[in-house]
Design a binder for this molecule. Structure first.
Ligand SMILES: Nc1ncnc2c1ncn2[C@@H]1O[C@H](COP(=O)(O)OP(=O)(O)O)[C@@H](O)[C@H]1O
Ligand SMILES: [Mg+2]
Length: 215
């Protein structure tokens, strides 16, 4: 965290005695790359500013932006919709926006979260399963992208996500989930929490895939 703070500070301030223009540019790139990876982003350019206002994406865009502003009472967002319409982009934009405000929240992918939980059951694991679950429940900010992984999540995996959501809902903790699945394919215990307007938003990103539109 401290290291990342330095990276961002160094990116924004002008260096007093640059070694040489070439080296400075290379170092800057290295730092940006380090930051990108540590935040779990596919690109540091996936911001709210670069998100184009495509028909059907308006509600999703506003919900992510509002939540990232830190000014909402509700703290949980479940965004669902077809592949390619910007859900991951909006998760990344949120992570970048939080980062600009000094809050570190990486974008996690459901499959990696599940792998980390399974790894606690292997010999030599530094954390127990329940310690890691506590961590996912208690982290101040949590973004999990691609929940359900196209429907291939096992019932054990769904159980893990449910437990995390239920706990975070009770504590009103900042939580974003995205999925390509429809709400009918998600466990009721999860969807139900996100329907509570006092604490959450359940938003369909109804845009078409952007991938074919890229230049
Ligand atoms: N409205 C948009 N404006 C700009 N880029 C977009 C938009 N929607 C999606 N993209 C880009 O299209 C690609 C696919 O989007 P992604 O966020 O991965 O979709 P999803 O997570 O919904 O499957 C990414 O490179 C993303 O940055
Ligand atoms: Mg995605």
């Amino acid at each position: 965290m401290e290291q990342i703070g330095k990276i961002l500070a160094n990116l924004s301030e002008s260096t007093q005695t640059p070694p040489s223009p070439v080296e400075t540019e290379a170092t800057r790139e290295e730092r940006r790359e380090q930051l990108r990876r540590s935040l779990g982003l596919s690109s540091l350019t996936n911001t709210f500013d670069t998100f184009k206002q495509i028909k059907g994406t308006e509600l999703a865009y506003s919900a992510f932006k509002e939540l990232a502003s830190g000014e909402t009472k509700w703290q949980m967002l479940l965004c669902y919709g077809k592949p390619g319409n910007g859900k991951s982009h909006l998760c990344e934009a949120t992570s970048i926006e939080l980062y600009k405000h000094g809050i570190y929240c990486s974008v996690m992918i459901m499959s990696k979260v599940m792998d980390s939980l399974k790894n606690t059951m292997k010999d030599g694991s530094l954390l127990t399963h329940s310690e890691l679950m506590d961590k996912y429940c208690q982290m101040k900010y949590l973004i999990i992208d691609d929940v359900g992984m196209g429907g291939s999540g096992s019932s054990w995996e769904w159980g893990q996500i449910e437990d995390i959501v239920v706990d975070r809902y009770r504590e009103n903790r900042f939580t974003i989930l995205t999925t390509n699945l429809d709400t009918t394919q998600l466990p009721d215990r999860i969807v139900d929490r996100f329907r509570d307007k006092s604490k959450a938003r359940l938003i369909l990103n109804n845009g078409e895939s952007y991938r074919g539109k890229k230049r």
